[in-house]
Design a protein around this ligand. Structure first.
Ligand SMILES: N[C@@H](CCC[C@H](N)C(=O)O)C(=O)O
Length: 277
C-alpha cells in the first residue's frame, strides 16, 4: 500500500509521495503503472520527498517521468513539493533548499501562499545540455518531411530545446517534439518547447516533454524558453508565459543569478495505491 497525494500546477500533474514516512524506491515499471491514466493514478511525473543527510539541504527531491525514468529537474514539481512539505507538517520554514539528482533549488513560500522557486543559472553550453554539436547562437537540424528546424538550447538541471514560432496554435508540437527527441545529437533526449513571443513581458508556450509527451505546463520549459528569449533580447527581466494549463511568472534580473519561477499549485486528492492490486 502506497500513500500518495495528487497535485497539479497549471495542469502539470503529479503523484507525490512522502518517502520519509514510508519506503519508496520504485522500479521504472512501478512508476509507469502509477502514472498510467487508465490502469493507475495518472500523472506527468511522480515526485518523492526524502530526508537529507547533507548540511544546508533540507530535503532530497526525486523526480520520475511517466515513462519510468528518473530525471534531475521539474520546476512545477518543486513548487508542488514545497506545498506538500508544508501540508504534511515536514517543515514550516518560509525558505527551503531541496536537492534533486542534478540540481539544488531554493524555494520560497510567498504571502499569497504560492511558492516561487529559484531554478539556478541556465547553461547554454552544448556539452552541458548535452548536445553533440559545436556551440553557436542558434542550431539547425533536418527532420525529414517536417523540414529543418532552428532552435536554441538550455540546461536547467535538465535538457531543453526551444523553437520560436509565429503561433503556438499552429505548431506541430507532437511530430517535431518526437523527431527532435530521437536525434542522436541529443544523447539524453530533450524537452522541446515551442515559444511564441507576444511582447517583451508576455509569451505563449507549449512543451513536448521528455518521458511524458505534451503536458499542460512545464516549469523548467518556461524558464528555458524565457532564457532563450531573454538572451536574444526579445524579453524583459520579468515576464508571464501562458501555457495551455495557465500562466507561469518568470524573473531573471541578473545573468549571474538564477531564474525564478512562480505560479499556482494545488492538492487535488489523496489516496492509497495497491502496488500489486
Ligand atoms: N514538468 C517539468 C519537467 C519534468 C521533467 C522533464 N520531462 C525531463 O525529462 O527533464 C517541469 O515543470 O519542469
Amino acid at each position: 500500500m502506497l500513500r500518495f497525494v495528487k497535485m497539479q500546477g497549471c495542469g502539470n500533474d503529479f503523484v507525490v509521495v512522502n518517502g520519509i514516512e514510508q519506503p519508496f524506491h520504485p522500479t521504472p515499471d512501478q512508476i509507469r503503472r502509477l502514472a498510467d491514466r487508465h490502469f493507475g493514478v495518472g500523472c506527468d511525473q511522480v515526485l518523492a520527498v526524502h530526508a537529507s543527510t547533507t548540511q544546508g539541504i533540507d530535503f532530497e527531491y526525486r523526480i520520475y517521468n511517466a515513462d519510468g525514468q528518473e530525471v534531475g529537474q521539474c520546476g512545477n514539481g518543486s513548487r508542488a513539493i514545497a506545498r506538500f512539505i508544508y501540508d504534511q507538517g515536514l517543515s514550516n520554514s518560509v525558505r527551503l533548499t531541496v536537492r534533486t539528482r542534478t540540481a539544488q533549488l531554493h524555494l520560497e513560500r510567498l504571502d499569497s501562499g504560492d511558492v516561487r522557486v529559484d531554478m539556478g543559472r541556465p547553461s547554454f553550453l552544448p556539452p552541458e545540455i548535452p548536445l553533440l554539436m559545436a556551440e553557436r547562437s542558434a542550431y539547425e537540424l533536418p527532420l525529414g518531411d517536417l523540414g529543418t528546424v532552428q532552435f536554441g538550447v538550455v540546461n536547467l538541471g535538465n535538457p531543453h530545446a526551444v523553437i520560436v514560432v509565429e503561433s503556438v496554435d499552429l505548431a506541430a508540437v507532437g511530430a517535431i517534439g518526437q523527431a527532435l527527441q530521437q536525434r542522436p545529437e541529443f544523447p539524453e533526449s530533450v524537452n522541446v518547447g515551442f515559444l511564441q513571443v507576444v511582447s517583451p513581458t508576455a509569451g505563449r508556450l507549449r512543451v513536448y516533454e521528455r518521458g511524458a509527451g505534451e503536458t499542460l505546463a512545464c516549469g523548467s520549459g518556461a524558464c528555458a524558453a524565457f532564457a532563450v528569449a531573454r538572451r536574444r533580447g526579445w524579453m524583459a527581466s520579468s515576464a508571464t508565459i501562458e501555457m495551455p494549463g495557465g500562466p507561469l511568472t518568470l524573473g531573471w534580473q541578473d545573468p549571474e543569478a538564477g531564474i525564478t519561477l512562480g505560479g499556482p499549485v494545488e492538492t487535488v486528492f489523496s489516496g492509497e495505491w495497491h502496488w500489486d492490486g
